[in-house]
Write a protein that binds this ligand. Structure first.
Ligand code: GAR
Length: 230
């Protein structure tokens, strides 16, 4: 892991450097900031980046005193040039973990390969179900009784990288996409910080094409006991 600077300028060479990328409100970012600031957390969020200048999560980061940057995708002629700029910025930040928290951009294969094993995403469905957009509406349309969220390593396949962990929620009769999204996010706010912590501790890693936990391939996707969410 790389060195990270604390606000006083002191270096802790063992502290994993985390960069969070967002596009929206940043409720997951908020949960990640809170958890990484708990005593004994091994990692530090060194910067938060957004592809939209209006992303609400930028304010969350600023309030927490974390460096922010915006790379507005609408000002780039194509995906490759946007990704090249994002890659340059991230390289300068020297991250050990790049955490996508509601980052709504498809990343090019070159970008994903460059940061292989460092890129983690949260996707609001029980993958491999409902890759892509409008996952809550699609779960409702399908009449699913159970929906949820997945945390996975990002590989070249969109929403298709090895799944680290999942959390389920019930779908209720009167659910709308909004109520379902809120129930899913409540799970994400607990699960994502724990997975990031394990990643920073070196317990979770990407193997050849599988997730390693304490050095061994996981026999099944990780999940937390129900009382973890209470
Ligand atoms: C989260 O629910 C996350 O799973 C989803 O966006 C939301 C961001 O919420 N991510 C995706 O859809 C990625 N394809 P937040 O900004 O409040 O954290």
């Amino acid at each position: 892991m790389n060195a990270a600077m604390d606000p006083s300028g002191n270096e802790n060479p063992l502290e994993p450097r985390i960069v969070v990328l967002i596009s929206g409100t940043g409720s997951n970012l908020k949960a990640l900031i809170e958890s990484t600031r708990a005593p004994g957390h091994p990692g530090r969020i060194v910067a938060v980046g957004a592809n939209r200048p209006e992303a609400g999560g930028l304010g969350v980061a600023e309030q927490a005193g974390i460096e922010t940057f915006v790379i507005d995708h609408t000002t780039y002629k194509d995906r490759a040039s946007f990704d090249a700029e994002l890659l340059r910025k991230l390289e300068a930040l020297n991250p050990d973990a790049i955490v996508l928290a509601g980052f709504m951009r498809i990343l090019t294969p070159d970008f994903v390969r460059h940061f292989r094993g460092k890129l983690i995403n949260v996707h609001p469905s029980l993958l491999p179900k409902y890759q892509g957009l409008k996952t809550h509406q699609r779960a409702l349309d399908a009449g699913d009784a159970v929906h949820g969220t997945s945390i996975h390593f990002v590989t070249e396949e969109l929403d298709g990288g090895p799944i680290i962990a999942q959390a389920e929620v019930p779908v209720l009769d009167n659910d709308t996409p909004e109520t379902l999204a809120a129930r899913v996010k409540a799970r994400e706010h607990v699960l994502y910080p724990i997975i990031l912590r394990w990643f920073c501790e070196g317990r979770i890693a990407l193997g050849n094409d599988e997730v390693l936990f304490d050095g061994a391939p996981i026999p099944q996707v990780l999940s937390l006991p129900a009382d973890a969410y209470q």
